[in-house]
Design a binder for this molecule. Sequence first.
Ligand SMILES: *[C@@H]1O[C@H](CO)[C@@H](O)[C@H](O)[C@H]1NC(C)=O
Ligand SMILES: *[C@@H]1O[C@H](CO)[C@@H](O)[C@H](O)[C@H]1NC(C)=O
Ligand SMILES: *[C@@H]1O[C@H](CO)[C@@H](O)[C@H](O)[C@H]1NC(C)=O
Ligand SMILES: *[C@@H]1O[C@H](CO)[C@@H](O)[C@H](O)[C@H]1NC(C)=O
Ligand SMILES: *[C@@H]1O[C@H](CO)[C@@H](O)[C@H](O)[C@H]1NC(C)=O
Ligand SMILES: CC(=O)N[C@H]1CO[C@H](CO)[C@@H](O)[C@@H]1O
Length: 540
Amino acid sequence: MASYFASFLILVSLPAIFAQEIIHAKIGVNGTTSVAEIDDYFICATLDWWPQTKCNYNQCPWGNASVINLDLSHPLLAKAIQAFKHLRIRIGGSLQDRVVYNVGNLKSPCHPFRKMKDGLFGFSKGCLYMRRWDELNHFFSKTGAIVTFGLNALYGRHLIKRGVWGGDWDSSNTEDLMKYTISKGYQIDSWEFGNELSGSGIGASVGAEQYGKDLIKLKETVNELYKKSASKPSLIAPGGFFDQEWYTKLLQVSGPRVVNVVTHHIYNLGAGVDPSLVSKILDPSHLSKISDTFSNVRHIIQKHGPWASAWVGESGGAYNSGGHHVSDTFVNSFWYLDQLGMASKYNTTVYCRQSLIGGNYGLLNTTTFVPRPDYFSALLWHRLMGKRVLAVDTDASPYLRSYAHCSKGRPGITLLLINLSNQTDFIISVENLMNMNLHANGRKTQRENSFVHSLKKTVSWVGRKASDGPSYREEYHLTPKDGYLRSGIAVLNGIPLKLTDEEEIPTMHPVFNDLNSPLTISPLSIAFVVLPNFDAPACV
Ligand SMILES: *[C@@H]1O[C@H](CO)[C@@H](O)[C@H](O)[C@H]1NC(C)=O
Ligand SMILES: *[C@@H]1O[C@H](CO)[C@@H](O)[C@H](O)[C@H]1NC(C)=O
Ligand SMILES: *[C@@H]1O[C@H](CO)[C@@H](O)[C@H](O)[C@H]1NC(C)=O
Ligand SMILES: *[C@@H]1O[C@H](CO)[C@@H](O)[C@H](O)[C@H]1NC(C)=O
Ligand SMILES: *[C@@H]1O[C@H](CO)[C@@H](O)[C@H](O)[C@H]1NC(C)=O
Ligand SMILES: CC(=O)N[C@H]1CO[C@H](CO)[C@@H](O)[C@@H]1O
């Protein structure tokens, strides 16, 4: 960081051991054009198949949260989904490739999952009964969910060697499920093919060439079965961990406009039991490592599949059901919101959180269905962050993470600011890089230099057209209850986020501050800052 910018560094001695510092930082937002665009329904959460007997590290955190037995009549479940108006829900997970749909001319028996020592992931095949499929679809339709359903991509294949599956996919069971679904008028937004079978696979893998051929077949099936329908579901794949060679091959073999969305999974914090989860979450260099994956996904799509968009189809932070007292607490929002910001910046259009419910990483408590801190983080993002993503530059330390989007449904921009530092208060001034650029008179300098240059020169403040709009900011500051990072309760502008006495999702109010007052981001806090009169042509 150029020392020039550390214009103020005040050391305040607090009693005893630690000092807190105040650093002035600048954040420049370029509202000239957007650098990426997210979907209207960017926030997505998953429902998984894991039965109650799925356990890790002496815990069995799935309870009755499986697609098969989740209590769809629980009032909080519907409320939690409806608060988004439309929430994307992706049904999938490790066991999906072994699910048999009990419909049509099924030749094999259809039994519920049970523990099986040598089965894939320690379970037998499972069964989706049409009675349950009906219940699920009624529930999704009632709650306005936008549904992605993950299909059984191992159906009809055989093991060819350890962990590797081969042979053509048998599409008959899927065809029967689709016919049934269409006949009932159930709306499926997208059909996803397979789960974590890419590259060397998790538990099982399928070669990219074979997978690509099966996708062509599946696309034909979708086109044929939906030809009389008003809207046709997208085909999305492969829902696995990114492997450059495998993904490239898949796009090449399947060819133009077969795959509408390329999905990949992220678990970048390690195992749920890892004792260093919190320090990884608060380490900016750890958080940034995964940007290579986002960048590579964007690159291969630009190069080999420009007809497709990219989604994070499943992401839970820590794998094996998440970390107890981490994934279910406030500290996880540092990771989660940073992920949403980073994913957007790299043109990822949807981000599916593992999970809506189930495991330690559920947005809702498995047994009480009460929202956890990340639920409110997701809801705030959904309400505030618009489609268009803007470039941000800053002179702050890497401990301040900053993202900017056009505001949702109103003029101006919204910033997401994440302070990972445990000792620094950042006082932020937001600069409009567009204004600066005008002053730079088209002089061509290197990007970084031009930013530094513009910041040095500028005297402008947010929104030169301040007279056109409100002269305040809206701020939503998130902190943990009682300053305890691993609290199960998040605090918004000093008020704990809890269900109301009537068991409703609480309304989330901003604080309004004068534009000319300092914008402070406290240590270990997160803020959404809405700037209604920030002049950004990209947002009009
Ligand atoms: C799951 O549901 C069963 C049957 O309704 C119930 O007996 C059991 O207590 C539930 N388990 C959990 C963890 O909620
Ligand atoms: C972003 O993705 C959209 C499709 O989702 C595509 O049209 C656009 O070209 C992509 N932009 C970049 C910079 O990758
Ligand atoms: C759910 O909430 C209850 C009540 O606060 C708590 O006792 C329980 O540990 C939570 N369960 C999980 C899995 O987090
Ligand atoms: C701040 O974090 C550092 C490393 O992350 C740690 O060593 C230090 O003890 C923390 N300070 C306080 C006051 O919590
Ligand atoms: C802002 O973005 C525009 C369009 O991408 C670009 O031409 C301009 O150089 C950027 N300005 C700065 C100061 O980075
Ligand atoms: C500039 C700055 O904020 N630095 C601190 C950020 O927080 C970490 C850990 O909390 C400190 O080690 C840095 O000194």
